[in-house]
Design a protein around this ligand. Structure first.
Ligand code: FAD
Length: 289
């Protein structure tokens, strides 16, 4: 089944993300975390693609496991910047052979020291999307950035390129993490004005430790609101308290989104089924209402 068909159903859809192991030895641990997350009745589970393509085999393996053994929709991420076009084509062929119907098409970060644009590489996610469409009837997702992508000085450019990307055949968008819902509402307003009409899944990252916050900020360039910083300041040095506060903060963001008419939400669950389960437990009655 295609994810877009599920997103278009008239119900609340909560999805989760896992990341594959870097080595084959780590497979069982990630598979076990994925199995636990699948018990939370997710709309789908997405599987990231390691920067540089190193985890390509394990991304496909976990995505197949989700689909074939856990009977949950799976979304395989695929990046193109650090692989040649032929390497990317091989991965698409493999995903097709495995019966994976849903791909999140990404450029990926430009590896340090790489000349960009590189010969024989796809330069932007939009080019990858065109390529995927040549290989069959995939449901294609892509990334968007409510606070702007770090490489763009002007948000208008970001939205212009996003529109070009969507027009090449994107079925839905998943948003980079944010911690202030007003940023998301503002972004939605601007992209709808620009004519982008596909579903957008807000990305919620439960921050359960001070070190995770630092890493998330480095990765996404997101701005943490004062309310979050106060929580970190007060509870950051107590792991259990910070975990509880981070789960409560993410729950609160989700409740606000649902209350404002958003019905599809993606949680960056980071291979932490306990955190995902705690959020779902907090929402147990809310998602039925
Ligand atoms: P693009 O859409 O190609 O955009 C990249 C930049 O180029 C943007 O600044 C855009 O505005 C600009 N641009 C686009 N088209 C043009 C054009 N024609 N001319 C000039 N500029 C242009 N990374 C991973 O390595 N693995 C993952 O699994 C992964 N999953 C992710 C999931 C989500 C939901 C998100 C939000 C990000 C994810 N990333 C992942 C990170 C992502 O790969 C990086 O943010 C990357 O820098 C941009 O990828 P993109 O697909 O958004 O690129």
């Amino acid at each position: 089944m295609k994810i877009i068909d599920r997103l278009n159903e008239d119900k609340i859809n909560i999805s989760f993300e896992v990341f594959p192991p870097k080595t084959d030895e780590g497979y069982e641990k990630v598979a076990a975390a994925t199995d636990e997350i699948s018990k939370l009745n997710p709309a789908f589970i997405s599987v990231t693609y390691g920067a540089g393509g190193g985890t390509s085999k394990n991304t496909a393996r976990i995505a197949s496991h989700i689909k074939d053994d856990l009977h949950v929709l799976s979304l395989a991420h695929l990046t193109c910047a650090s692989s040649t076009k032929d390497e990317v084509r091989q991965v698409i062929t493999n995903l097709k052979e495995l019966g994976i119907e849903n791909i999140l098409a990404l450029r990926g970060d430009i590896p340090e020291g790489m000349t960009f644009p590189a010969k024989d590489h796809f330069c932007y996610a939009s080019e990858l999307i065109e390529e995927i469409k040549k290989h069959g009837d995939f449901c294609i997702g892509a990334a968007c950035y409510p606070e702007g992508h770090v490489e763009n000085e002007h948000r208008e450019d970001d939205i212009r390129y996003l529109k070009e990307k969507v027009d090449r055949g994107v079925d839905f968008l998943t948003a980079q993490m944010f911690f202030d819902n007003d940023i998301h509402y503002n972004f939605l307003y601007r992209i709808r004005e620009a004519g982008i009409t596909v579903p957008v899944l807000p990305g919620i990252m439960p921050i359960t430790s001070a070190s995770q916050m630092k890493k998330s900020q480095e990765l996404s360039g997101t701005v943490f609101p004062r309310r979050f910083l106060s929580i970190l300041d007060r509870f950051g040095s107590s792991p259990e308290a910070m975990r509880q506060a981070g789960i409560a903060y993410a729950t609160d963001q989700i409740i606000d989104l649902l209350a404002n008419g958003v019905k599809n939400i993606h949680i960056y669950s980071m291979n932490k089924p306990d955190v995902a389960a705690a959020i779902m437990s907090n929402l147990s009655e809310i998602i039925k209402a």
